[in-house]
Design a protein around this ligand. Sequence first.
Ligand code: NDP
Length: 287
Amino acid sequence: MTARLLEGKFFAAKLREEAGQRAAKLKEKYGITPGLAVIIVGENPASQVYVRNKHKACTELGFYSEAVELPETTSRSELLAEIQRLNNDDKIHGILVQLPLPKALQPYESEVLEAIDPLKDVDGFHPVNVGRLVTGQNALIPCTPHGCIRMLELADIPMEGANAVVIGRSNIVGKPMLHLLLGKNATVTICHSRTRNLAEIVRQADIVVAAVGKPKFVTADMIKPGATVIDVGINRIAPKKLVGDVDFEAVKEVAGAITPVPGGVGLLTIAMLMQNTVAAAELQLTK
Ligand code: NDP
């Protein structure tokens, strides 16, 4: 059997289209153009590429976009002051601080993320948004897991009552994915580095989400025939070669549906950032 390929390009286009339609409504009804500010501190080349891609996505949808480029030597208080300025700027509906921060600022990462107004927290990392997600309230949700759940919905993969196994328990992917799947009435198990009998647990899953950061971690013998396999991992194994956490070639012969890497989940993240920027603008209207 060869699995149905869940291509990121197709779903990302749909998610961007939705973001564009919601933004058009905001413009028409309230004269609001969604605005996103991305703060980047220092000159990490990978971060610079991400920031450029986010700016490009905003431009394509007609959003207002501001890249705030701060020098490597920026102090904690200067960074916090910049966040405050953006919190108070009505043109800006979403604020994102590009991670990782330079070494000297890393001890303040939580403080920096918590300084963002929760209504403008388009990464969904603020404890207020985390709490809202966990308690099933309207929240700004981290883009990557949110993209995965929207893709499962758009692909008509049944989640209600399904056994879902998430591998990885990070705050960015694994834990929000657990709550999103629970919100869809799946029965969810979350695995991590101390999990015993991981292969046995994964073999029970109708839906597997791999967010481990280890190439070929999920092998074909761990997959129940017909299961849906979502590969969040991005692992660089050579200068120009990216692979996921799933042994794609072998697993696609067993799974019912599978995301490729590259070309899968990675493409959904920026599309969901656009959706979160519109969602933030909508939320701010009601406050
Ligand atoms: P983290 O390193 O923060 O978390 C990895 C998780 O995997 C941890 O919970 C860890 O367990 C678990 N893990 C590690 N080794 C094992 C093991 N042997 N068995 C079981 N579990 C294990 O990573 P992230 O969640 O941030 O990212 C995961 C992957 O997703 C990475 O490849 C990353 O690049 C990618 N990613 C992709 C995005 C996209 O846009 N597509 C966005 C974000 C991430 P423990 O907690 O016990 O240490």
